[in-house]
Ligand binder design. Structure first.
Ligand SMILES: *Cc1c(COP(=O)(O)O)cnc(C)c1O
Length: 433
C-alpha cells in the first residue's frame, strides 16, 4: 500500500510502514544501529530470527489468566499447549522439578519468589549492588528494598571474590529467611553448594538468580544451580538468547506458592506470544549448535580478558569464568563514564559499572562491564574479539585517534553482518519507502 490508510478496511490490511512510517523508520534505524556497533553490554544479546517470529505472533491477542488446563478464559486449548511445551522444555533443559514461564521479565521472577516465601519485613541476605548484585536484590528504591529487611554480603577486598566465610558470619548474625546468590556483574562462578551449606546452617531458603549466565548453564559450561537451590530465577534474553522475559524453576514443594505468587499474586494475563518464543528458546538451548555458541562466548571472553591485560588494562579478578568481565579503571586516568563515552565514539557499546569498594558514585563509576554474548551471536571469533580488545586498549590510552578506531570497529561489523536475512522480514522492510 503506497498511501496512508484512511478507512477501517484499509487499517485492517495495512502494514506498519503504511500506518506508522515514523515508528517503522525508527525500527529500521534501530536495526542499523545494532548492525553497526560492537555490542559488548553483558546483559544484551541478539535473539534468533525464529524467536523474533514467535514473539511477533497472534497469541498476543489471547487472554489466558491461570495455568494450562486451569484457565479463567475459553479458547485456551492452543495456548495451553504452547505454555505446556515451554514448561516441559524448561524443566528438561535445567533438570528442574517445576517451572513457571509466565514472568514478564527478570524483575518479576524475583518478586514472585519473594512473594512465594516471605512476608514483608522478613530478612534477605544478598550480594551488595555495588559488588555485583541486582536492583531486585534489595536496592532501597526498588520494591525489594522497600518491602524487606535487606542485609548484604560483599566480595573480598583482596580477591574481589565472594567471601564465603563472611557470608556465613552474616547469615548467623542476621538469620535471613532467604539467601540470594548470583548477580549482574560477578564474573566468576557462583558456588551454590557453598551457599547451600550456609543456608542449611541457618535454616534459610536459597535462591540463585542466574539471569546472566543461564545460557552457560544450559550448555553445561557453568554448574547447574538447580539441585542446590530451593528457587532458581532467570531471564530468557541474556546469555540464553531468547525473547525478553523471565522464568522460575523450583522444587515441587514450592511449586504452588510460586505459581500463586505469579498469578494472581502479581501479574494478570501471560504474554502468550512471548511464552511461545520462550518455548523456542528452550528448544534451541538444548541443541549442540547452542552449546558450541556458548563455548565460543566463553572462549571470546577469555581472549578479550587476555588481550586487555596484555595491553595494560586491568581486569577485575584477572579474568572471568563466564561471559562477562569488569575493567578496573581505578589506576587509570579515566572514570567509567569517560570510558563508556570514548568507547561509544570508537563504535563500541558498553556500560559503566561500579567495581567493589568504588569511591565514585554509580553515575560515574570506576569500571566498565563487558560481555561477549551479543558479538559472538553475530559471528565474532577469537581473532575478531582480540581486535576488539586492541581497539579498547587504544581507546583507553593517551592521544587515541577515535575516528580511526571507529573505522576498525566498522570493518569488524561489516565482516560479521547481523541478521543478514532481515530485510526479508516484512516488519523491517524498507521503512517508509
Ligand atoms: C537482568 C537481571 C534481572 C532483571 O531482569 P529484567 O528482565 O531487566 O527485569 C534480575 N536479576 C539479575 C541478576 C539480572 O542480571
Amino acid at each position: 500500500m503506497a498511501v496512508a490508510p484512511h478507512t477501517f478496511e484499509d487499517l485492517r490490511a495495512a502494514t506498519l510502514s503504511d500506518v506508522d512510517p515514523e515508528i517503522a523508520d525508527l525500527l529500521g534505524q534501530e536495526l542499523e544501529r545494532e548492525r553497526g556497533e560492537i555490542e559488548l553490554i553483558a546483559s544484551e544479546n541478539f535473539t534468533w530470527p525464529a524467536t523474533l517470529e514467535a514473539a511477533g505472533s497472534v497469541p498476543t491477542n489471547k487472554y489466558s489468566e491461570g495455568y494450562p488446563g486451569r484457565r479463567y478464559y475459553g479458547g485456551c486449548e492452543i495456548v495451553d499447549e504452547i505454555e505446556q511445551l515451554a514448561i516441559d522444555r524448561a524443566r528438561t533443559l535445567f533438570d528442574a522439578q517445576h517451572a513457571n514461564v509466565q514472568p514478564h521479565a527478570g524483575a518479576q521472577t524475583n518478586m514472585a519468589v519473594y512473594f512465594a516465601c516471605l512476608e514483608p519485613g522478613d530478612t534477605i541476605l544478598s550480594l551488595s549492588l555495588s559488588h555485583g548484585g541486582h536492583l531486585t536484590h534489595g536496592l532501597k528504591v526498588n520494591f525489594s528494598g522497600r518491602l524487606y529487611d535487606i542485609q548484604h554480603y560483599g566480595v573480598s577486598r583482596e580477591t574481589s571474590l565472594v567471601d564465603y566465610d563472611d557470608v556465613l558470619r552474616l547469615a548467623k548474625e542476621h538469620r535471613p529467611k532467604l539467601i540470594v546468590c548470583g548477580g549482574s556483574a560477578y564474573p566468576r562462578t557462583v558456588e551454590t553448594l557453598r551457599f547451600r551449606e550456609i543456608a542449611d546452617e541457618v535454616g534459610a531458603l536459597l535462591l540463585c538468580d542466574m539471569a546472566h549466565f543461564a545460557g552457560l548453564v544450559a550448555a553445561g559450561i557453568q554448574p547447574n544451580p538447580v539441585a542446590d537451590c530451593d528457587f532458581v530465577t532467570s531471564t530468557t534474553h541474556k546469555t540464553l538468547a531468547g525473547p525478553r522475559g523471565g522464568f522460575i524453576l523450583c522444587r515441587e514443594e514450592h511449586a504452588q506458592a510460586v505459581d500463586r505468587a505469579v498469578f494472581p499474586g502479581m501479574q494478570g494475563g501471560p504474554l502468550n506470544h512471548v511464552i511461545a518464543a520462550k518455548a523456542t528458546c528452550f528448544k534451541i538451548a538444548a541443541t549442540e549448535p547452542f552449546r558450541e555458541y556458548q563455548q565460543q562466548i566463553r572462549t571470546n571472553a577469555d581472549a578479550l580478558a587476555e588481550t586487555l591485560q596484555e595491553g595494560g588494562v586491568e581486569v577485575l579478578t584477572g579474568g572471568t569464568d563466564t561471559h562477562l568481565l569488569l575493567i578496573d579503571l581505578r589506576r587509570s586516568e579515566w572514570s567509567g563514564k569517560d570510558a563508556e563515552e570514548r568507547l561509544a565514539k570508537a563504535g563500541i557499546t558498553v556500560n559503566r559499572n561500579t567495581i567493589p569498594f568504588d569511591e565514585r558514585p554509580p553515575t560515574i563509576a570506576s569500571g566498565v562491564r563487558l560481555g561477549t554474548p551479543a558479538v559472538t551471536m553475530r559471528g565474532f571469533d577469537e581473532d575478531d574479539i582480540r581486535e576488539v580488545g586492541r581497539i579498547i586498549v587504544s581507546v583507553l590510552s593517551q592521544g587515541a585517534d577515535l575516528e580511526a578506531l571507529a573505522a576498525r570497529s566498522a570493518a569488524l561489523c561489516e565482516r560479521r553482518p547481523l541478521y543478514p536475512e532481515m530485510d526479508a522480514f516484512p516488519t523491517f522492510g524498507a521503512a517508509g519507502a
